[in-house]
Ligand binder design. Sequence first.
Ligand code: BES
Ligand code: ZN
Ligand code: ZN
Length: 490
Amino acid sequence: MNFQVTIDSIKDIRADLEVVVVVDKKFKHPFVQDKKVLKRMGFGGSQGEVALVATHNRLYVGSNSLKSQDIRPAIASAMRSLIGKKSYKSIKIATYLSHTKCTATLRAMAEGMVLGSYTFDRYKSKKQKSSIKDVTISLEGYAEHEVTLDSALRAVHYAEILADSTNFTRDIVNTTPEDCYPETLAEIAQKLSNNSGLKCEIIKPKRLAKEGMHTLLAVARASRHKPRVIHLAHKPKNPKAVVTLVGKGLTYDSGGLSLKPADFMVTMKSDKSGGSAVLGIMKAVSEMNLPIEVHGFVGAVENMIGGDAYKPDDVLTAKNGKTIEVRNTDAEGRLVLADVLCYAQQEIKADYIFDMATLTGACVVGVGHYTSGIMSNASEVSELVVKSAHNAGELATKLEFNTYLKDTLKSQIADICNISNTRYGGAITAGQFLSEFIDEHHKDKWAHIDIAGPAFVEHEWGENPHGASGAGVRMMTTLLEKLSKTQTHK
Ligand code: BES
Ligand code: ZN
Ligand code: ZN
């Protein structure tokens, strides 16, 4: 998609179609020119409602307000309605409606364009793509509100990078386990580093064993696909902060010997969403060239059944020496993350460390499909994540740790169990399990982000398509952008 930003008036711009945002439900705004037609069509201007007035080459879309969180999904709906319509190749849109001085709305608009045009048609014989190639944004009214052309251009450029990186993550997650296994994730990371300034290191099983990552290796054992740990690094000179990201990259989660019921196994290709988000964030950070050092680690593993599968009753020793009683092989993500978190902390002393994972069904039960659960030993850190998520247009909520739930992870024969002895509070107990693998130096610098709900949803919602949403990419890149503007590294 080619974006152009201009101070030319909207009526002087040539395009196949004009996209008009309708906020005022009474259509009083002078730019809503087809009032009668819209009324005849039954268009009410509700959030995301779309009406194409083809005779006048205008596409109307309703939005509850001009705030980013409404504009982004509204524009995405408009773009989604154009998928498959081959006659429209260029669109124009005005920003006259905005009364804010900042470029947030503009950015949300551009993000909505790219996010809403996303399709995943790899497995379709008939390809359905968006035909929109050119987008011209008029700053007509914006100029009066002291937004320079320069800052507007920068906002649109960042929006494009962020939305493209989100779509990049969506593509990986939507790919089937037959076509995307640990080695594939490693190849994607390698390719990413070849096309950018990112450094890439792939750690294969022999070295994983030498590093003592036995819990990760146990989970991986029954699969014909050998595991990989990926380490991507973005290292600018004089970084403002050092941040480590760790992603759960289960390219398939059958549950292992604690096999998932058939209905629960479907969609488990999405168990690589945390790792895929880390890859998307690394892509965004390097393209934005943020003045912050970022290390992305991915534990890429397939959890399968077989004669040499790891078992409930096994006791495993993690990289930090802690022993774990396995009571359920479907709680595999935390075992993989335990080792990768230990490895990442050994390699990098960071100002912040975040892990992202589709870790628990309990998180989806607790907060619903659209929201990520944020857990941490330090409330400032979880609040930083929640705030960044909201600024980026993602939903996230804090889940608090407590000592009673911590006790439910106790084991009679090892240091800890991989599941809790209670049916309730599963998202938090999983987070508290991970906390056991965070060292003293990082204790108050870590947050765990459970994206099990929003990472993969089997219907369209807001700016997200059916399937993978790329959850975490906008949340975390926005957080990194914020950190890159404030000095935290000593
Ligand atoms: N990958 C799943 C969690 C999950 C469930 C993600 C639904 C997305 C949607 C994870 O590995 C898992 O199976 N967790 C178990 C833990 C249980 C055995 C304590 C769960 O949530 O049921
Ligand atoms: Zn599982
Ligand atoms: Zn899993």
